[in-house]
Design a binder for this molecule. Structure first.
Ligand code: ZN
Length: 260
């Protein structure tokens, strides 16, 4: 039996691809696991359409398997031992009744206090992210009247924080993504943010989890200067869909605020 402030509490994260969990809420997984919370990760795809980098000897045929192992290692690093992979196609995950039911079944099994997925725009507008966010929202609509989860959060990149990140990169002449790119991140309106969690004490753990996604060597963690990474990824930001944020509500510093 785990100990700590959050012993007996549970978080369910629902994401499309291996590494989505670490970028968006890796610090929170590390923090809340350390405080005794059980964390389950439900990842829809194995990321088999992703990059094969980092010196990996993966092939197109084995990449899904390799990335599932990377996901499990990243989650283990963060303190999450329960990783479940649905196995929908990377780049072809649709919003389906079957997918919704998969999430409902896991929510009913675990009765998590918090369910966390990406915001409806999928942060980077990736169609798989958008589909998984929509399915998670539908699933929670079907279970929340039974008392679980207590809260549904959406990971988001606040517009001001995203612009600040882009400026820090530009100041050092680092090119990342063009505004014309279909996956150019979509900053969330700042007034929609319901929680800002300081994860600086866990930034090295978050970094290590991201590094465990070895094959994804073009991703932010591998080219972003360490200080910019810490400044930009040391706070994790969330919208709250259930119960919905009230106008004028001050962002919480803790996702468990108000949960006894
Ligand atoms: Zn993704």
């Amino acid at each position: 039996m785990s100990e700590g402030r959050l012993a007996g509490k549970r978080i369910l994260g629902v994401f499309a691809h291996p590494d989505d969990e670490s970028y968006t809420m890796g610090g929170c997984i590390a923090r809340y696991s350390a405080e005794g919370c059980a964390v389950t990760m439900l990842t829809f795809t194995r990321g088999e359409a992703g990059q094969i980098g980092g010196g990996s000897d993966a092939t197109k045929e084995t990449l899904g398997q390799v990335r599932e192992a990377e996901l499990r290692e990243a989650c283990r690093t963060l303190g999450c031992a329960d990783v479940r992979v649905v196995g929908t196609p990377d780049g072809g995950t649709q919003n389906t009744e079957e997918g919704v039911q998969t999430i409902v079944d896991v929510i009913e099994e675990l009765k998590p206090d918090l369910v966390i997925t990406m915001e409806p725009g999928g942060v980077t507008r990736h169609p798989d992210h958008i589909a998984v966010s929509a399915m998670t929202r539908t699933a929670v609509e079907r279970t929340c009247d039974k008392g679980y989860p207590r809260k549904l959060f959406f990971t988001a990149w606040p517009a001001a924080a995203f612009q600040a990140f882009m400026k820090l990169l530009a100041d050092r002449d680092i090119q990342w993504i063009s505004p014309d790119d279909p996956l150019y991140p979509q900053g969330a309106p700042d007034q929609t943010i319901a929680a800002l969690v300081d994860v600086m004490p866990w930034i090295d753990t978050k970094r290590a989890a991201l590094k465990a996604h070895v094959t994804q060597s073009d991703e932010i963690i591998n080219w972003c200067p360490e200080d910019i990474f810490a400044t930009s990824m040391g706070v994790e930001s969330f919208q709250r869909m259930w119960p919905s944020k009230t106008a004028g509500e001050i962002p919480a510093e803790d996702l468990f605020e108000g949960i006894a």
